[in-house]
Write a protein that binds this ligand. Structure first.
Ligand code: UDP
Length: 366
């Protein structure tokens, strides 16, 4: 029987482990240096019965039938559709900026005038990245674009990435485009929701297989003794940082408990222009947990430092892409060692993209 090692028990590692154990009937050892599975999607019920996302809000959404069908084997989802508001000049305003936001932040006559101009300039229901949206000739629309840039993107992005929106990769801010629509949802995917029993349970179920052995609190020591190795840690770590460290952004959550039913109107409220945190998460909204207490987390962004905090976000830049390419070249020369996941591929994957990558890799090797 072939023996596989999977390094990392997050979604990517658990998915590839499950696919191999189930379809190839091979042995899989899954190791993780943390004391729990599920990586950064780890959640748990606290003493109040509230499901806490330890490493920040995770909202599952996908258009992929393949990914949805795979996940449905391990969980049901509720029908939660994520909506985000941002505090803009003291007003709770819909994010992404859409036609409803226009009426929330501007006087009605002004909003109407801009709405008419927008409908002439753009197709209804299209999404326009902010840096694209700023290319306007009309004075009203130029004013609007600068308003959205300054009030929603400039300070949030500076807090989150340490640089202005013009200096981060365009794909990052394009995740939250200006949306010429009345759709208030953060995601438009066909399938979205929160696993009814939480993300940790989903991963536990993926790993609950007679051919899979999970070892927590276990460091990766080497590829010897295994026929194949799947590495979901950071690719530079695998190679002992021989070309230098791939940079990441990290986040730090400050948890607070309140003796009242709700703290805020939405699961996630962004604070682009105020305070040092980027957003506040209130967890009980996700699974409609009942408690007369509530728990929130304020999210502070910082650089990743080895040994101090966790890797969360690969930083897309030309320099980092070149550094990653050096590691990738080394990786391609290895037989039977595969890299995947946000850290293994150094890509800002959403959960569904991480799972899709694991499924596709499995199809390649089977
Ligand atoms: N962003 C912003 N203001 C907001 C929300 C998002 O400037 O109110 C920008 C910011 O640069 C952020 C990016 O859009 O990093 C992507 O946001 P998203 O909510 O997708 O980030 P995630 O939830 O993955 O942290």
């Amino acid at each position: 029987m072939k023996k596989n090692l999977v390094v990392g028990a997050g979604f990517s590692g658990a998915a590839i482990a499950n696919l191999i154990a189930e379809n190839l009937n091979e042995e899989v050892v899954v190791i993780d240096k943390k004391d729990h599975v599920a990586g950064n999607s780890y959640d748990y019920r606290d003493k109040n019965g509230i499901m806490i996302h330890k490493y920040g809000s995770h909202i599952f959404h996908t258009n992929s039938e393949k990914v949805w069908a795979f996940l449905k084997k391990f969980t049901d989802f509720n029908t939660y559709m994520h909506e985000v508001v941002g505090i803009i000049d003291g007003i709770e305003a819909q994010i992404p900026f859409n036609f409803n936001t226009l009426y929330q932040v501007f006087p009605e006559t002004m909003a109407k005038r801009m709405e008419e101009k927008l409908l002439r300039a753009f197709e209804y229901n299209t999404k326009v990245p902010i840096l694209e949206f700023q290319k306007q000739d009309d004075e009203d629309l130029k004013f609007l674009a600068n308003y959205v840039y300054e009030k929603i993107f400039l300070n949030y992005t500076t807090k989150q990435w340490g640089v202005s929106p013009k200096e981060v990769d365009g794909a990052v801010t394009a995740r939250v485009p200006v949306y010429l629509s009345k759709d208030n949802r953060y995601f438009q995917d066909k399938y979205q929701g929160i696993p009814r029993k939480g993300y940790t349970k989903v991963v536990e179920r993926m790993l609950d297989h007679k051919n899979i052995k999970v070892k927590l609190n276990t460091e990766f020591k080497g590829v010897e003794c295994f026929d194949r190795v799947f590495f979901t840690g950071s690719i530079d770590e695998f190679f002992n940082y021989k070309y230098g460290m791939l940079p990441y952004r990290s986040v730090n959550f400050k948890f607070e408990e309140y003796d009242r039913e709700f703290y805020q109107s939405h699961a996630c409220i962004n604070y682009p222009n105020n305070y040092d945190f980027t957003r506040i998460h209130e967890y009980k909204h996700y699974l409609q947990d009942k408690s007369d207490k509530t728990v929130i987390a304020k999210e502070y962004s910082e650089f990743f430092e080895l040994g101090k905090n966790e890797r969360y976000y690969p930083i897309a830049s030309k320099e980092n892409a070149e550094l990653y390419a050096k590691y990738l070249k080394e990786a391609e020369e290895l037989d039977n060692v595969y890299f995947l996941g946000r850290l293994g591929d150094y890509k800002y994957y959403n959960m569904d993209a991480a799972i899709e990558r694991a499924i596709n890799l499995f199809e390649e090797i089977r």
